[in-house]
Design a protein around this ligand. Sequence first.
Ligand SMILES: NC(=O)c1ccc[n+]([C@@H]2O[C@H](COP(=O)([O-])OP(=O)(O)OC[C@H]3O[C@@H](n4cnc5c(N)ncnc54)[C@H](O)[C@@H]3O)[C@@H](O)[C@H]2O)c1
Length: 373
Amino acid sequence: MKNKIRFGVIGAGLMGREFATNAARWHHLKTPGLWPEITAVCDPVPAAAAWFTDNVPSCTQTFTNHRELLASDIDAVYCAVPHHLHAEIYADVIRAGKHLMAEKPFGIDLPACDSILAAMQERPDVFVRCSSEFPYYPPVQELLRRLANEEFGEVFEIRAAFNHCSDLDPNKPINWKRRIATNGEYGCMGDLGLHVCHVPFRLGIRPKNVRALLSKIVRERPDGHGGMAPCETWDNATLACETEAGFPMLLETKRISPGDTNSWSLAIYGTRQSAEFSTRRPKTLRTLPYTSGDRQAWREEELGQDSAYPVITGHIFESGFSDSILQMWASFMDELAGNVPPFGCARPEEALLSHRLFTAALRSHANVSVETV
Ligand SMILES: NC(=O)c1ccc[n+]([C@@H]2O[C@H](COP(=O)([O-])OP(=O)(O)OC[C@H]3O[C@@H](n4cnc5c(N)ncnc54)[C@H](O)[C@@H]3O)[C@@H](O)[C@H]2O)c1
């Protein structure tokens, strides 16, 4: 007998559908544990909600107002809506006593994030996490295992990047992610930033201060009505941080990084081992183990489905974006069930720290200064 958690999905766009298809293949996991069952969807756009009723047999209720969905018979919510709606909807979900998988940046700005955390204080019984799937690629899990085994010696630098390139096309129409009112002043940092912060923050690597370089490259785009609209948000951000441990942390989030399509990467350099991973080569873990006197040589290991949660896919086959989403959701459900996951989804306090970092980064760029986080 399946132990089911009834989910409502608020925001039936790109990410809402990604959750739906992964919930539909939950038996892909060898030990599924709690099963997510989507029973309700909320989206003001009828075609978006209709995709759910057409494709998800268990989804029998549709709403255009999230408060109506929250009054229905559900246990948990996945909310994937534009950033200006996070604070109100996340707080409503939490106050309604529904467990929440939120989306980044977890509030459009620092005050919005604070207000969500205030709602959480009122309902400590509600389980809240934020989506961040890239650490679930098997090579990253292996890297983290080696780090936990203290194979790296003294870590002296960490780099993380998340880069896109489709905005290089000046004819790409404007969307909500290019507008401050809907995406937030952080621009690319709000959109991509928690993805680069999740692993360092979970490892206890915290930024003490930051010098940020932000850039706007394409300044206007077709508005879809024959005219042009200004692009208000930052396209690219490079953050040079001094960590509390004293070593450098370099974080890069770019919407215009020529040639990159959703390229997430992580590099950790240590005195006894260094490691690098990029979704450009999703099954490859590059490492450089080192002892004094060794010749230094990078080695590459091909990892297949060596995932945190075992799956039915054959061991040699490579893992991809949708697989990392399934793994992230497996971790969410595992932790919701009261277990300690191999690697947990991003926590609200980690999202809060990312807001402090991005807010300091805005000041740093404006003042050409090093800002305390
Ligand atoms: N984890 C990831 O890899 C990842 C990737 C892309 C986006 N995101 C995040 O997911 C969230 C949504 O992004 P997206 O790309 O899916 O956007 P999207 O534009 O594809 O979908 C958003 C949906 O929200 C709906 N919506 C708008 N107002 C609403 C309301 N009041 N109530 C309910 N629904 C409403 C829209 O109609 C739309 O269908 C954002 O927070 C974004 O940062 C995460």
